[in-house]
Design a protein around this ligand. Structure first.
Ligand code: CP
Ligand code: NVA
Length: 311
């Protein structure tokens, strides 16, 4: 418990399997408290700054609601309105904000910016999504899978789509929790090879495998958990048409999911583009747990904030 205090969450590589287990167990406990309407204020008087350089519905609302429910306050800081947006260095911003706040959540483009904020600051920094990682989303995803399937270990998670933030964080989260991970994308859009190599070492230690392929049917075969994400992420809007053509054989539809296990679960970080990366029958069908997953952002992040920020 104490070993997480004061630390940051830049990627899921930061945490051991035991630390992730602790956060997931705490998330379950905190969700139950919320359902029981228990007052729980371990972050009374604490302030979380939330820097956004990209749009958000879930991350913004779940962090702001979460810190409030824990007895603290969240400050929404659009990077457009901060001096950061006018060129103030991250190193100065980090040191200044460390004098006011108890934690920072940041959503931005470059992972190196989040790392710099943590390096120069002296308070926990939480990655609320970069081009490369989305650790908070995966904490909620793991919580959701465990709630529905009753376990994580030994399950196979398949991610179909662009090999960027979601692919990377799901791969690391799966490897750490002893789940097999399979992914498919067109050539040129597969996950970062260095990240795959690092995740493979963890997977091996935990007795599971990571499969990276361009064949969506191969990735889907025998899957317990089917996951996809938009083809053009935030910042890639100008590539939308090009990506629609490139990814058309990677749509998660009834035909593709017929290769998954009969009792597969469908997850999506949202926002989704129905009719593009996933068909309506799949995302709105009986295997889909997208809204339970979205709600768990709140509970998982409350657990993360308590673990990192509570006295
Ligand atoms: N899944 C997710 O992070 O959603 P938002 O972009 O709405 O925060
Ligand atoms: N891959 C998406 C995830 C959004 C939560 C993006 O980066 O826009």
């Amino acid at each position: 418990k104490d070993q997480l205090k004061g630390r940051s969450c830049l990627t899921l590589f930061d945490y051991t399997t035991e630390e992730l287990r602790y956060i997931l167990d705490l998330a379950k406990e905190i969700k139950q408290k919320q359902k029981n309407k228990e007052v729980y204020h371990p972050l009374k008087g604490k302030v979380l700054g939330m820097i956004f350089e990209k749009s958000s519905t879930r991350t913004r609302v779940s962090f702001e609601t979460g810190i409030y429910q824990l007895g603290g306050t969240g400050l929404f800081l659009s990077s457009k309105d901060l001096q950061l947006g006018r060129g103030e260095p991250i190193s100065d911003t980090a040191q200044v904000l460390s004098g006011y706040l108890d934690g920072i959540m940041i959503r931005t483009f470059k992972q190196s910016d989040v790392e710099a904020l943590a390096h120069y600051g002296s308070i926990p920094v939480i990655n609320g999504l970069t081009d490369d990682y989305h650790p908070c989303q995966v904490l909620a995803d793991l919580q959701t899978i465990e709630e529905v399937k009753g376990q994580l270990k030994g399950l196979t998670l398949t991610y179909i789509g662009d090999g960027n933030n979601m692919a990377h964080s799901l791969m690391v989260g799966a490897a750490k929790m002893g789940m097999h991970f399979k992914t498919a994308a067109p050539e040129g859009y597969l996950p970062n090879e260095d990240i795959v190599e690092k995740a493979k070492m963890i997977a091996e230690e935990n007795g599971v495998t990571i499969t990276v392929t361009t064949d969506p049917k191969e990735a889907m075969t025998g899957s317990d958990i089917v996951y996809t994400d938009v083809w053009a992420s935030m910042g890639q809007e100008s590539e939308q048409l090009k990506r629609e053509a490139l990814f058309k054989d990677y749509q998660v539809n009834e035909d593709l999911v017929s290769h998954a296990k009969d009792d597969y679960l469908f997850l999506h970080c949202l926002p989704a583009h129905r009719g593009e990366e996933v068909t309506t029958d799949v995302i709105d069908g009986k295997h889909s747990v997208i809204f339970q997953e979205a709600e768990n952002r709140l509970h998982a992040q409350k657990a993360l904030m308590v673990a990192l920020m509570a006295d």
